[in-house]
Design a binder for this molecule. Structure first.
Ligand code: MG
Length: 391
């Protein structure tokens, strides 16, 4: 046995290293310097933080998507043997490099699709944090995985929970997936009050600290709809066997019910370092001194049904899953445009739903989309959704 090969560190490519998941992935890499190396760091526009990370972690490659920021990053790292690139297309290229072992996809939204597809084609292990990739193109990616040696390990806490509950079980024994949701900051608000919510209200998530886009998606529960679709593709369980349950304490990260009536749950503190550690540590677990869950600290763990009237985007997600084809791609594109407009104060909270609803109805339906069809749907729906905002 070649001991050098056995002991080689895993090279990690982090797409979105300056975002919330990217920063926490770097924390995990720092925790296990003998096991992992940050090999590629990719950011969109956060040049200063990217430079700081590159100086600290000394990766092989750094990519800044925004060409306007390229000069700054290149100059700041010119004295080091770090290759600095720019442009979205270079991400899809560098992730296929033979030295890359794991690709952590932590970009925001649709932008994660192209590099993820490229990593699947190259047979890379993927730690998937960009759920929109599977929402948009789950069917295509699932098909591609059948002929690729690529594997997807979920980083989303709920999907990490499903994965752990499913270890050692036969898929034919699964009767349903029970997806837990915190309910977000508006769980106890009335519908009238939610209608008046501003971005700063929605950005106050009770349990999880996350980026702005996903925090708004949590407030509208679109995030949970996305996660239902993500679970459908990751675990091959149809949408009508995925139940969403609101669990405000975010301690039970999700559950699986089996044909004999038994239910398995995975518990832990609401801390994204845990699912990141699990995804990077597979097939084993990484020992950690992080704070542990003390069950006795929780006098009660509560569960309730979600309110589809207050959170109508949940229903839209089931509708998109039922329709199949490019319906979820259209839903995602409209949601991305609407959330960006809401964050800028251009539209009201329920306008996010109105824009998604109208855009899904107007989008050209493609029953078996190719990659090019997804690209076309995304562009068409974005234009349409933007026209609704500009009205
Ligand atoms: Mg989640």
């Amino acid at each position: 046995m070649n001991s050098i090969e056995v002991n080689r560190k895993k090279n990690i490519a982090i797409l979105g290293s300056t975002g919330s998941i990217g920063r926490q992935t770097l924390d995990v890499i720092s925790e296990y310097p003998g096991l992992f190396r940050a090999w590629l760091l990719v950011a969109n526009t956060s040049a200063d933080l990217l430079i700081e990370q590159a100086l600290a972690y000394r990766p092989e490659y750094v990519i800044i998507s925004s060409e306007a920021c390229y000069g700054k990053v290149r100059d700041a790292l010119a004295h080091l043997p770090i290759k600095v690139l720019t442009g979205h297309s270079s991400i899809a290229e560098v992730v296929t490099h033979p030295d890359v072992d794991v690709v952590v996809t932590a970009m925001v939204g649709y932008s994660g699709l192209e590099p993820t597809i490229s990593a699947v084609k190259a047979g890379k292990a993927i730690a998937l944090a960009n759920k929109e990739t599977l929402v948009v193109a789950g069917e295509l990616i699932t098909r591609m995985l059948k002929t690729s040696k690529s594997v997807i390990y979920p980083v989303d806490s709920e999907h990490g929970a499903f994965y752990q509950c499913l270890v050692g079980e036969r898929s034919s024994d699964v009767s349903k997936l029970i997806l837990t949701a915190s309910g977000g900051p508006f769980r106890t608000w009335s519908k009238d009050r939610i209608a008046t919510a501003r971005a700063c209200d929605a950005l106050k998530h009770p349990n999880w600290s996350m980026g702005a886009k996903i925090t708004i998606d949590s407030a509208s529960m679109m995030n949970k709809g996305f996660e239902m679709i993500e679970a459908k593709w990751l675990f091959g369980v149809p949408h009508n066997r995925i139940e969403i349950v609101v669990h405000p304490q975010s301690i039970v990260h999700s559950m699986v019910e089996y044909c004999d009536g038994s239910v398995k749950a995975q518990l832990g503190l609401p801390d994204m370092h845990l699912p990141i550690r699990y995804a990077l540590g597979l097939p084993g677990r990484l020992k950690s001194d992080s704070r542990k869950l003390t069950v006795a600290d929780y006098a009660s763990l509560t569960f309730e049904k979600p309110d589809y009237d207050k959170f109508p985007l949940l229903g839209k997600a089931f509708e998109a899953a039922e329709r199949g084809g490019n319906a979820a791609c259209a839903m995602n594109a409209a949601n991305e445009v609407a959330v960006a407009a809401f964050l800028k104060g251009q539209i009201k909270f329920y306008d996010i739903y109105n824009i998604v609803d109208k855009s899904m109805a107007a989008a050209t339906f493609v029953p078996r989309p190719s990659y090019d069809d997804y690209v076309a749907t995304n562009a068409e729906v974005r234009r349409y959704a933007q026209s609704l905002i500009n009205l």
